[in-house]
Design a protein around this ligand. Structure first.
Ligand code: NAD
Ligand code: UDP
Length: 325
């Protein structure tokens, strides 16, 4: 079923984390559609550079604030009501789990509550960026939205997994009991331009290492899998959900499942690198396999990912080549 855009010219959209990797691509599309977009960010893992090209657009405003401290309602851009609020802010790399644990817990809990209250007050549609991490180290494969997950509540990943699960619970409570028009998207591993070369996640790390001719650091045996999604496909899926009246949760990603060893070898080959693959220690609770069941996204939203891993990785490698000089 084709979903017609619900948010366009004349609509005000708040995007938290708007200067981050995925959110900045969402912001680009919403600005191009003619929405009035306010991006709110504290730049903990994002960068002004990601939205610098929108600086002169009259329908775009970037506001610096930590939403865990509450919404900066004194700012003129926050004074008027929003038609949609997209809660995209959160550090997302497993390396951040150790360096920003409390920040991650706060942005996935108190910040979510601040935004839910604002969405109810404004009568806005609220979209929450959840994650495949909600499934933990899954015992069901591929993962359907009906699966409750296998999360270690006190493990090293729990600051992220449990904060996202709390955000989902809070979003559903506001939807059930406070009449909130809500949507939850469970995002699977996404990559593309504007990822930080040093953010610690597999794809930017492997590409940076390949371009520098350094050893590719595969964790463990490299037999663990992820299903990788080019950011363009993810953004289309998220906006299909925003524009619908569905609540979800809905998985978004691709079925392109690769082992980390295959991923490392593919990146070396596509970048024409001479790097060797090396095997280093793997972190605790690292999920063994991950692939979304996309039936709901297809049936409810007409979502279909289109970019093959080779194409998306080539584009990302070119972006990193320019950035790394
Ligand atoms: P990112 O780090 O590039 O973007 C997150 C943005 O949020 C950054 O700009 C950061 O500065 C901002 N932010 C964090 N805490 C904040 C706070 N307290 N106040 C204001 N701004 C804050 O990461 P990303 O990969 O683009 O992820 C975006 C969202 O998508 C996150 O919510 C993440 O959990 C979710 N997600 C991403 C993936 C993926 O593969 N990229 C997978 C699952 C879920
Ligand atoms: N990984 C790796 N080498 C790295 C970074 C990550 O082998 O330099 C592995 C990691 O152990 C995990 C997979 O790649 O099994 C995906 O990790 P990433 O941090 O990209 O995302 P996750 O799905 O774990 O959030």
């Amino acid at each position: 079923m084709k979903v017609a855009p619900r948010f366009g010219p004349g609509h005000r959209v708040l995007v938290t984390g708007g200067a981050g990797f995925v959110p900045s691509h969402l912001v680009d599309t919403l600005v191009a559609r003619g929405c009035t977009v306010v991006a709110l960010d504290n730049f903990v893992t994002g960068s002004k550079d990601n939205v610098a090209h929108l600086h002169d657009k009259p329908n775009f405003t970037l506001v610096e604030a930590d939403i865990s401290d509450g919404l900066p309602t004194h700012h003129p851009a926050l004074a008027e009501r929003f038609d949609a609020i997209m809660h995209m802010a959160s550090p997302a790399s497993p390396t951040d789990f150790a360096t920003l644990p409390v920040e991650i817990l706060r942005v996935g809990s108190v910040a979510t509550l601040h935004l839910l209250d604002r969405a109810v007050a404004d009568g806005a549609r609220f979209l929450m960026a959840s994650t495949s991490e909600a499934y933990g180290d899954p015992k069901e494969h591929p993962q359907r939205e009906t699966y409750w997950g296998n999360v270690n509540p006190i493990g090293v990943r729990s600051v992220y997994d449990e904060a996202k699960r709390f955000s989902e619970a809070a979003t559903m409570a506001y939807h059930r009991y406070r009449g909130l028009d809500a949507a939850i998207v469970r995002i699977f591993n996404t990559y593309g331009p504007r990822m930080r070369p040093d953010d610690g996640r597999a794809i930017p790390t492997f590409i940076s290492q390949a371009l520098r001719g350094e050893p590719i650091t595969v964790h463990g045996t490299g037999n663990q899998t992820r299903s990788i999604c080019y950011v363009e496909d993810l953004v289309r899926g998220i906006l299909l959900l925003l524009d619908s009246t569905e609540t979800g949760p809905v998985n978004c990603g691709t079925e392109h499942e690769l082992t980390m060893r295959q991923l490392a070898e593919l990146i070396v080959s596509l970048s024409g690198s001479t790097s060797e693959v090396t095997y280093v220690t793997r972190a605790a609770d690292d999920p063994e396999m991950r692939r979304p069941d996309l039936t709901l996204a297809r049936e409810l939203l007409g979502y279909e990912p289109a970019v093959a891993p080779e194409d998306g990785l080539r584009r990302t490698i070119e972006h990193f080549r320019e950035r790394l000089g």
